[in-house]
Ligand binder design. Sequence first.
Ligand code: 5GP
Ligand code: ZN
Length: 116
Amino acid sequence: MNTDSDCLFCKISSGVIPADVITESNSAIAFRDIDPKAPTHVLVISREHFSDVDELTASDPNLAGELLTLAASVAKIEGLGTGYRIVTNIGQDAGQSVPHVHFHVLGGRSLAWPPG
Ligand code: 5GP
Ligand code: ZN
C-alpha cells in the first residue's frame, strides 16, 4: 500500500496525528473535520495515499465505491435522516487544500445550494 510520510491524512490514518474517529475499516477511516462547516462535518479518506478522486478512480475504482459506502454509513451513524451532502474537491480551482483524497460528509442543518 502506497503512503506518504509527509502527508497530513496519511499521518491521521496511521495514528501519528490524532483525530476524532467515527468509523473505520481496513481500507478507510472517517473522522471529524477540525474546522467544521456544519453540525456534522466528517472526512472519509482511504488509508492508501491517492492525491484526489481522479487518481483514486484510475487506480482503484472499487476502493472509490468503498469510500462512498462509508460516507453513507457516516450519515446513518450521525442521524442525518433529513438529508446531507457528500463533497470532494479536486485541485486548485475547487480549493482542495489537503492533497490526499477525501469526501466531506456535511449535515445537521439546511445546506444552501448551489455553493458559492
Ligand atoms: P479540502 O479543502 O482539501 O477539500 O478539505 C480539507 C479539510 O481538512 C478542511 O475542511 C480542513 O478543515 C480539514 N483539516 C485540515 N487539517 C486537519 C487536521 O489536522 N485534522 C482534521 N481532522 N481535519 C483537518
Ligand atoms: Zn496521504
